[in-house]
Ligand binder design. Structure first.
Ligand code: CP
Ligand code: NVA
Length: 309
């Protein structure tokens, strides 16, 4: 893998299997204390233009556990925030680092960083996509269900960055995915089309609906995310009203399969997109999911930084 920016473009079917297996191996090695410093001597710059708890900590600790050096670069502190161009930043950082992870608003900025630089770029979330989350999510589902192919994931709520990457990732893994959102907030056709293309190869189904009940019917995984993503704070009141029928609560969960698990990328807002009795119940795997960011990201780092030609 040259970059990890877009799940559809950058992760082939074979890459996906390899990444999941590497993540599982690295997780087992981490737990048994046998992890080797595969990235000794390598440095990763981590540019953040948006807040983060999980992504920052998991990449930082992941690099440390693999013997490498993470460098946190808040866009408020580096010259990028004062108007230095993406192109110049990319070229300068390429002379010093072995990889860049970036979380920002405009997805094109991430593509430009890759285009002007010469080192691997990892997308730590843009307004459009959240591909590192999707890999950790697949790892978590595989651990809890023992497989991926043929399972059904229902995503209920805002058709946002997390939903777009889940569409791409589920289709690639051969999982059926149903996304239930109000029609103004459904996933863009672009991502639906990409998912349908991969689904035709893997034999999975991609369904977009306005009905949460239809989406969760027969689901093995019920997934939701905040109704107000970073950068949309001024729309919060209107969104809370519009998304109210899309809350994941006990009544909705009862329509999924009996052994369905609940997932959320976090941070979660109890009483809005999910009720406390669901996210804090034994069906919820949200903290396994959060932990798996660490192991999935180590796999991404190894595949991008180590196997580089
Ligand atoms: N899920 C996720 O990306 O969390 P952070 O915003 O805390 O990184
Ligand atoms: N959709 C959320 C995900 C946070 C990890 C956001 O973009 O704020």
């Amino acid at each position: 893998m040259k970059h990890y920016i877009d799940f559809h473009e950058d992760v082939s079917f074979t890459d996906l299997d390899a990444l999941l297996n590497t993540a599982a191996d690295l997780k087992a090695q981490t737990k048994s204390g046998t992890l080797t410093p595969l990235l000794a001597g390598k440095s990763l710059g981590m540019i953040f233009s948006k807040s983060s708890t999980r992504t920052r900590v998991s990449f930082e600790v992941g690099m440390y556990q693999l013997g490498g050096q993470p460098i946190f670069l808040s866009s408020d502190d580096i010259q990028l925030g004062r108007g230095e161009s993406i192109a110049d930043t990319a070229q300068v950082l390429s002379r010093m680092l072995d990889g860049i992870m970036i979380r920002t608003f405009d997805h094109r900025d991430i593509e430009d960083l890759a285009r002007f630089g010469t080192i691997p770029v990892i997308n730590g979330l843009s307004d459009d996509q959240h591909p590192t989350q999707a890999l950790a999510d697949l790892l978590t589902i595989r651990e809890h269900k023992g497989m991926l192919k043929g399972l059904k994931l229902a995503y209920v709520g805002d058709g946002n960055n997390v939903a777009n990457s889940l569409l791409q990732a589920c289709a690639k893994a051969g999982m059926h995915i149903s996304v239930a959102s109000p029609k103004e907030y459904t996933c863009p056709d672009f991502f639906v089309g990409q998912a349908k293309k991969d689904a035709a190869v893997t034999g999975s189904k991609v369904v977009l609906t306005e009905s949460p009940e239809e989406a969760v019917s027969g689901a093995d995984v019920v997934y939701t995310d905040t109704w107000t993503s970073m950068g949309q704070e001024s729309e919060k009141a209107a969104r809370v009203k519009l998304f109210a029928p899309y809350q994941v609560n006990a009544a909705l969960m009862s329509q999924a399969n009996k052994d369905a698990i609940f997932m959320h990328c976090l941070p979660a807002y109890r009483g809005y997109e999910v009720t406390a009795d669901i996210i804090d119940s034994p069906r919820s795997v949200v903290f396994d999911e959060a932990e798996n960011r660490l192991h999935a990201h180590k796999a991404i780092l190894v595949h991008c930084l180590l196997n580089r030609k």
